[in-house]
Design a protein. Structure first.
Lengths: 275, 320
């Protein structure tokens, strides 16, 4: 299913058939298309190396500094073509990425980390202070730790810090890469609850890349499944949750009549989706 | 006793001046995580530009304080151009590369500046335009009753330029420390030092930050060049003082502005005291010239073993 056929009326982000090549030779994305509606939470799912992170970086333009390049296709944010902009220009337009593995500034305090998120803002100290209070309201834990060096805080606190830092830029869309990585299930739920909360109250749209399909499909409204650089399936969260193949490959349930791992693998090979 | 005071004072002044050089390194290290080998030659280059442009103006009949100020403006413009070019031609292409590659790039920059500087200004030593800049010259002798040998009055000689250097350097260091700690750009500089990628992701423009950092390091280099130039002369040999910055940085910590000051003072005073007390002990002579040159490195070695991040350096944070 291509982007045009998707039943989504006013997208904040639309990615059309992009191809990404690293180092001029390594073809990573082979024509990925997706749309995120205004105010939506959309998940990109898939295993290691499927191209989830590359897709997000292609959108946020962080690829440029990693020798990656969008060679085909087009990315529109709020109706404007953005695939040739710098990350700074994109952040100023309201689209910011929270990278995989948090990447907090370890030697800065939590509060300083949050303040760096406001780097691109031009609306003065008062607005920044108000934004800071808002972030502390969503993440009370960060307020307790505000004077700790980020490097000494826990993984969950760092993830909160990274999301809070992105919120400081006053974005209309956050690209969230693998927020559950390395966190206890309880913390993962806590973080996704806050994501849903921010989405509902601030109207921020989210595009998240997740390996944890189970959690992602509980919070997202729509999902795309990526395999080796292609979208192999997409649909609203409920239909994906109920799909037998998704259940078996990504949720680890179903496929009851196949007992041995070898059977599963051959089944998967036969059923590999063609896009 | 008066001799000791004299020696400590000289150590203090040297320490402040070391701190000034170290500061140039700290700035660039903080923002790009790279040891800028070119900082020493930047000091010489800035000082040469200052003296060179003053000479040009003097040849055209424009002399004195106004001409000196005009030369300062010219030098600042040149340092800004240098910062901009370094970003454009070197740093921009090395984003996300290993630190060692950036380090090697600063080697290249060093040799380029030596060659370029010689081509433009010639290789002869020049005299710093101390008086024209309005900096004090001359010295004052202080009598300290009862501090001399055998209960006589002691004498301590203080060069006015040293006092001026200390004051100017202290002000500059304080200003930079505040800039780093409390301003938006200062915070962004520290963020860039921690992670280029994360800084990019929140919309910090690395290019702009690097120009700011290298320009600031250029200003520091100019001030350092004036102060060191006023004490000796302006020649390419001056770039060797950059080597003294290394022990200062190890003692104070590579990432800390206060560390640069503390390290500078410890090394400056340590050197002079080493000369005073260690030389007779080791060599049996009262004025062991050789001692001064290696005491700093011995102190640094002790710090590397006891406290690798230096006195005020960022603690090495690693998640295991």
């Amino acid at each position: 299913m291509s982007a045009e056929e998707s039943p989504i009326s006013s997208p904040i982000l639309s990615v059309k058939n992009i191809e990404v090549i690293y180092d001029h030779v390594i073809l990573v994305l082979k024509g990925v298309s997706l749309v995120v509606p205004k105010g939506g939470i959309v998940a990109i799912l898939g295993g290691n190396g499927a191209g989830k992170t590359t897709t997000l970086k292609a959108i946020s333009n962080l690829l440029q500094s990693e020798r990656g390049e969008v060679t085909k296709g087009q990315i529109d944010f709020n109706g404007e073509r953005v695939d040739k902009l710098t990350p700074n220009e994109l952040v100023r337009r309201g689209c910011i990425q929270v990278m995989e593995g948090r990447h907090c500034f370890g030697h800065l305090t939590i509060e300083e980390n949050l303040l760096t998120g406001a780097f691109t803002r031009r609306d003065g100290r008062k607005a920044t202070a108000a934004a800071l209070e808002k972030v502390y309201a969503y993440f009370p834990r960060l307020k307790d730790r505000r004077l700790s060096q980020a490097g000494y805080t826990s993984g969950g606190e760092q993830q909160m810090c990274a999301i809070g830092r992105a919120l400081m830029a006053d974005p209309s869309m956050i690209l969230l890469d693998e927020p559950s990585m390395g966190l206890a299930p309880q913390i993962v739920d806590q973080i996704f609850e806050i994501v849903r909360d921010v989405n509902a109250k601030e109207g921020v749209s989210f595009l998240l890349a997740e390996q944890n399909t189970n959690v992602a499909l509980r919070y997202a409204t729509y999902g795309y499944i990526l395999e080796t650089g292609r979208v192999v399936m997409d649909g609203d969260a409920k239909s994906l949750r109920d799909n037998e193949d998704v259940k078996e490959f990504y949720l680890g349930v179903g496929g009851g009549d196949r007992k041995s791992f070898r059977d599963v693998k051959s089944y998967k090979r036969r059923k590999r989706w063609l896009a | 006793m008066d001799f000791l005071i004299q020696v400590v004072w000289e150590g203090l002044v040297a320490g402040v001046l070391y701190a000034l050089i170290a500061l140039g390194f700290v700035l660039i290290f903080k923002a790009s995580g790279v040891f800028n080998f070119a900082q020493g030659i930047m000091v010489v280059f800035a000082a040469l530009t200052l003296v060179g442009s003053y000479e040009k103006m003097a040849a055209a009949g424009f002399t004195g304080f106004p001409a000196a100020m005009a030369s300062i403006v010219v030098s600042l413009a040149v340092m800004f151009a240098l910062a901009w070019l370094v970003e454009r031609l070197v740093l921009r292409h090395l984003v996300n590369q290993p630190d060692i590659i950036l380090f090697m790039a600063t080697f290249g920059l060093t040799y380029f500046l030596i060659g370029f500087g010689e081509a433009v200004f010639g290789g002869d030593p020049k005299i710093m335009i101390t008086q024209q800049l309005g900096l004090p010259t001359g010295s004052t002798e202080f009598r300290l009753p009862g501090f001399g040998p055998n209960g006589k009055d002691g004498l301590v000689l203080i060069q006015h330029i040293d006092v001026a250097a200390t004051v100017i350097a202290s002000l500059m260091i304080a200003a930079l420390a505040l800039f780093f700690q409390y301003t938006r750009i200062g915070r962004a500089l520290r963020a860039v030092a921690d992670s280029h990628k994360a800084a990019l992701s929140v919309g910090i423009t690395l290019n702009q930050i690097w120009v700011v950092v290298w320009f600031t390091a250029g200003i520091v280099a100019l001030v350092t060049g004036i102060m060191w130039g006023a004490r000796s002369d302006v020649s390419f040999g001056l770039s060797n003082i950059a080597l003294k910055a290394l022990p200062v940085l190890i003692v104070g910590g590579f990432t800390s502005v206060p560390g640069a000051i503390a390290g500078g003072l410890i090394i400056g005073i340590g050197e002079k005291l080493g000369e005073l007390y260690l030389a007779p002990l080791l060599l049996g002579s009262t004025m062991g010239r050789g001692v001064e040159s290696w005491v700093a490195f011995i102190i640094a070695l002790a710090f590397v073993m006891a406290r690798p991040q230096g006195l005020f350096g960022d603690k090495i944070i690693e998640r295991i």
